[in-house]
Design a protein around this ligand. Sequence first.
Ligand SMILES: Cc1ncc(COP(=O)(O)O)c(C=O)c1O
Length: 384
Amino acid sequence: MSEDYLLFHQPWLGKEEEREIVDTLRSGWITTGPKTKKFEQEFARYTKAKYALGLNSCTAALHLSLIAAGVKEGDEVITTPITFASTANVIIHQGAKPVFVDVEPDTLNIDPERIEERITKKTKAIIPVHFAGYPADMDRIIEIAQRHNLVVIEDAAHSIEAEYKGKKIGSIGDMTCFSFYATKNITTGEGGMLTTNNREWAEKISMLSLHGISRDAWKRYGKDGYKHWDIIYPGYKYNMFDLQAALGLAQLKKIEEFWQTRKKYTQIYREAFEDIPQIQVLSERGDIRHSYHLFVIIVKTEELRADRDTIMNEIQREGVGIGIHFRAVHLHPYYRETFGFKKGMLPNAEYAGERVISLPLYPRMSKEDVQGVISVVKGVIERF
Ligand SMILES: Cc1ncc(COP(=O)(O)O)c(C=O)c1O
C-alpha cells in the first residue's frame, strides 16, 4: 500500500473546490445565497426530482421530512435497525416511536415481507435506508405504503448515484434525504439535501429549515430594499450555506468519475472475497444501479476462532482503517432502556450487526491500496 496506514476514507478535494471556495469568499456572500440555489438546481437535475432543498445535514432532512409528513407525538414510524443513529433519533425528536423491521440477510436492507405485520393504526411513515448504496425494494415498499396511506421517506445518505428500475433515487419516494458528510460519495464537509416532487412539502420544508420565517435572508436584503418577515412556525436552523454549496458544486461535477472508480474497486474486492467461506459479501440483484458507497463484508465468526472486534482490531493493526456500518440500532442503550428492545427480536440485523466490517472504498485510493487491503484481510482471516 502507498501509506503505512490506509485511512478508512479521505475526500477527493482539488483545484475545482479551491476555485469555487475562493470565488464564494470574494463574492461577499457566504451564507445561504446564490451558490446554494445553484447547487439545489443542479442536484434536482441530477436526481430528476422537481425540488431539491439544501440543508446542513441528512439528519436535518430526515427530521424535516417527518414534520412535513405530519408525524407527531404518539405516532409510529417503521424503519430498519441497520442504519446510523439519526434515522431513528429523528423519530424520537417528533415524539413518535420507531418500529424496527428486520433486514434481508443478503442485502441488509429492510425486508419488505416483514413490514406489513408491524403496521398499526398509529403508523404514519416508512423510512427505508438504501444500505451501502444499494436501493431497498421500492416497488414493494411503495405498494404497501399506498395501501396503508403511509408516507415514504428514503434515507439515501449512501446512495446519491443509485437507481432503482431505471429511476434515480431522489425521484421515487415522497421525500428523499441525502448526506454530504465528509465520508460520503460527494462531500460538503457537513451538509445534506432533501428532494421531493411535492410542491407543498418543498415550500414547507424550505420555510422550516430557516427558523420558520416567511422569506430567506437572501431575499430580505436584496436590491428591492428591506422586506419584513413573519414567523409562520417555530422552525429550525437547518439551512445549507454558500461555502458548503461551493464544495458541492465542484464535487457534483466529478460524481460519475468517482463512481466509476468505486465500481472498479468494488469488483476487485468482490472477486477476491466471494470464494472465501468465512466471508459473506452482500448480494446485488435486479435492475439496480448501486452507488458503491461502502464495501461491507460479513465475517462469519461462527466459522472462526475470533469475534468481529478481534478481527477488526487485527486489520487495523496491520495498517488498514475500517468502519462499522452498523451495529443494530435497537440494541443501543437508549433504545433498549426506553422501549425494552431485546436481543432476539431482529435476528438478521443482530447477526449482521456483530459481524460487519466496511473496507476502504474511495477514489483517492490506488489499485495497489485495494490489493493491499485484500491481502491484509485474507491474512487475518487465515490466522483465525
Ligand atoms: C444511513 C445514514 N443516514 C443518515 C446519516 C446522517 O447523515 P448526516 O451526517 O449528513 O446528518 C448517515 C451518516 O452517516 C447515514 O449513514
